[in-house]
Design a protein around this ligand. Sequence first.
Ligand code: DGP
Length: 115
Amino acid sequence: MDNCIFCKIINGQVQAEFLHQDDEVTAFFDARPITPIHVLVVPNKHIASVNQLDTSNEGLLGHMIMVARALAFHFHLKESGYRLVINTGPDAGQSVYHLHLHLIGGEPMPFSVKK
Ligand code: DGP
């Protein structure tokens, strides 16, 4: 996608510090971190959001989670804990319409999805 910032990062047009790249996904630090560790795991192929997924993407989603898990272990978050978050649409605050999984951790987080 011509105007997609994450497509530009993946293809090297925009600089980001890559933590992982393979045939399917790229991982890099979030430019506006909300926790000491804040990584984005992004499919190399442009998919706007969870809304555009279908069953053919199940392997990709599993791979995104396993890459995030490996990076969580790399950053010593296994015991302290971490969140994996995919914001979808306006109410969730999705600001970049290229699917991405946030890995956040490194300090206690102030809210919970539990009520
Ligand atoms: P979301 O709100 O879920 O759409 O998160 C998008 C994230 O993308 C946000 O936390 C900031 C990050 N981001 C936006 N532009 C850039 C960029 O140019 N480089 C990097 N590394 N991160 C970016």
